[in-house]
Design a protein around this ligand. Structure first.
Ligand code: WT7
Length: 630
């Protein structure tokens, strides 16, 4: 397995990857199993946008994740599963077993009418069957659309409808800390508005009483009895879609980011091996849920492509206490640990007494992802978890990029706390000023774009190519625009400064303000709302909701509680507002557009410099809002 082993080599590889990208990426693609190699490497045009890699190639990604490893690693553990409750039994699944399970479930999908190209929604707990379901879809060429188990019925229904899914794979429920969540009941509610779904396949996990709908719902354990563990992989074209993953945008409707088969595989595999400096035999743990891109790329596909042992954890960092992550690391002798800054900050806040009982001496590499990591949290992670002995990789990327874009290589790149450092080979970032001119040299700050394609990049937004163009390729002609601000310091190190658009990063989760507003507006007494972010010590950003109430309600506290319940019910607990302010009006321009800039300032408690309010329809609302600010 080829890997970069020194900074000089990184620099050479980087240079080569920019000068001859096609040769560079072909070389990375060579080591996989192909039924047929590609005819040409790349065809691209960012205006349409049209991006194709490894054109004419034929493959199946599961053959590269599973079959390829069977001879040498058949008996090696592929997935270690750690349950929610520390006393419940761990599961270990070898490559041989995983291969058999994936094939079996692929046959179950076929038995239930699934075909190549069908969209299948997966709404499951963090259990091995989630990975099995994902891989089984890929085995038969069905396009998986995993929806995070923390989303509620409305978010689930929106995503199922948008992708026109025929099948939903789910479970009776999930354990989360001391609670259990009845997933199947949420699915039932969602499916009331999803006529495309003809079948749900239900895994029995928490053994709760659920209602099975006749002619629609079948049990996983029943279905599996009827099939063999033999399933020839479907021959896929390099550019056939592998999956859809929804991400939030500036409208209330989430965007279905579509990823291809071969390009995704090559980018994810290359970055996994190089960024984490994975060595054969390492135990690797990514704490992200498979419902997010991090779980797709660096819990399932990346580690399995590399033949690694990947750990999957059902529970939460604070159950039974805030030492759970560290206990799991010791228990399974985890070597590489990849988590989110939010988790680090919240565990730091709980105190060192939860870290002290554990040795943590198996750790070699630490990683973070999802939002900028503040220096304090970085040092805490470095000192208390890494014992100043483990390089930290601050990995910057997005759902749309599929794979890590800017990041240190563990132990190779000299790090600076708070900096994602340098672009990986094959990645060509550009910082643009507001007018779209590229900023050259160091010590500059601008909008982060990419000027050249990489294999794993987004191909389209499902069912609406125009939206893909609008969202990513229209702001700056000839560039992919990330939506992030970024600084390149005097040494050429990149530091992400955060979102510059209408989405908020709450605990590392990207939430569209419009989506949260829609959920709030489901409350019968709310006529209108506006949501903005405000800096939050643990979550990075919190949600501040300004709401207009129809019938004046005296019981403000219970109204706020109801609003929170409404958001939880329709969208999920991750979108609960941290602050709610009831207002008489919102600052709108004469054309009716909400001036979010003003609301953001107020939410940040910065009343100076609210800018020109004279263009507002009713400037007096600003005074009212200031007076009631929290
Ligand atoms: C947005 C993408 C990356 C996969 C998980 C999130 C922010 C991500 C970092 C980082 C600073 C980061 C950006 C980006 N972000 N990683 N290391 N440093 N910011 O994927 O939900 O698509 O979110 O997360 O704002 O655009 P996502």
């Amino acid at each position: 397995m080829k890997q970069i082993t020194s900074f000089e080599q990184y620099q050479q590889e980087y240079k080569r990857s920019i000068e001859t990208p096609e040769a560079f990426w072909s070389e990375q693609a060579e080591e996989f199993m192909w039924y047929k190699k590609w005819d040409s490497v790349l065809d691209w045009n960012f205006d349409e946008p049209n991006v194709k890699w490894f054109i004419g190639g034929k493959l199946n990604i599961t053959e590269n994740c599973l079959d390829r490893h069977l001879i040498q690693k058949g008996d090696q553990v592929a997935i270690v599963w750690e349950p929610n409750h520390p006393d419940a039994e761990t599961r270990k699944i070898t490559y041989k077993e995983l291969h058999a399970e994936v094939c079996r479930f692929a046959n179950v999908l076929k038995r239930n009418g699934a075909k190549k190209g069908d969209r299948i929604c997966i709404y499951m707990p963090m259990i091995p069957e989630l990975a099995i379901a994902v891989l089984a879809c890929a085995r038969i060429g069905a396009i998986h659309s995993v929806v995070f188990g923390g989303f509620s019925f409305k978010s689930l229904a929106d995503r199922i409808q948008d992708a026109d899914c025929a099948i939903v794979i789910t479970a009776d429920g999930v354990f989360r800390g001391t609670k259990d969540i009845q997933l199947k009941a949420i699915v039932d509610e969602a499916l009331e508005t999803c006529p495309s779904v003809k079948r749900t396949i239900v895994f029995k996990h928490i053994h709760s009483d659920i209602v099975m709908k006749k002619d629609r719902d079948v049990w996983w354990h029943d279905e599996i009895q009827f099939v063999s563990s033999d399933c020839k992989p479907e021959v896929m074209d390099s550019e056939d879609p592998l999956f859809i993953l929804y991400t939030s945008g500036s409208t209330g409707k989430p965007k279905g980011v579509v990823h291809s088969t071969a390009g995704y595989m090559v980018s994810v595999d290359y970055t996994f091996r190089n960024v984490f400096q994975y060595k054969d035999g390492d135990i690797y743990w990514c704490t992200a849920d498979v419902g997010w891109i991090t779980g797709h790329s660096y819990l399932v596909y990346g580690p399995l492509l590399a033949g690694a042992t990947t750990l999957m954890f059902e529970g939460i960092p604070t159950f039974p206490d805030a030492g759970r992550f560290w206990q799991v690391i010791d228990k399974h002798k985890v070597n590489i640990f990849y988590t989110a800054p939010t988790a680090i900050r919240s565990l730091e806040a709980m105190g060192l007494q939860y870290v002290k009982p554990y040795k943590l001496n198996s750790l070699k590499v630490l990683g973070t992802v999802g939002e900028p990591i503040n220096e304090e949290a970085w040092h805490w992670y470095n000192e208390n978890i890494g014992k100043k002995n483990c390089p930290i990789v601050d990995t910057y990327w997005q759902t749309e990029t599929a794979a890590i874009m800017i990041s240190p290589l563990a132990g190779i790149t000299e790090t600076k706390p708070g900096f994602a450092t340098f672009p990986l080979p094959g990645i060509q970032p550009a910082l643009l000023d507001e007018k779209g001119a590229e900023l050259s040299g160091n010590n500059v700050e601008g909008r982060l774009c990419y000027k050249f394609p990489w294999p794993g990049m987004i191909r389209t937004t499902y069912g609406n190519h125009e939206r893909c163009k609008e969202a990513y390729f229209a702001t700056y002609k000839g560039y992919y625009f990330t939506g992030d601000g970024c600084k390149r310091d005097e040494d050429g190190y990149y530091r992400i400064t955060g979102r510059v658009d209408d989405v908020i990063k709450v605990s590392g989760h990207l939430l569209g303000t419009a989506e949260v507003e829609n959920a709030i507006n489901e409350h019968p007494d709310i006529v209108e709302s506006a949501v903005v972010g405000f800096p939050h010590d643990i979550k990075g950003w919190g949600i501040y909701a300004f709401v207009i109430c129809e019938n004046e309600r005296k019981d403000v506290d219970s109204l706020k509680r109801e609003i929170i319940q409404t958001v939880t019910k329709y969208m999920g607990a991750i979108a609960k507002p941290d602050k709610i302010q009831i207002v008489k009006g919102l600052p709108k321009t004469r054309s009716g557009k909400i001036m979010r800039r003003i609301l953001r300032k107020i939410a940040e408690n910065d009343f100076s410099n609210l800018g020109d309010t004279s263009t507002l329809l009713d400037p007096s609302v600003v005074e009212d809002i200031k007076a009631g600010a929290q």
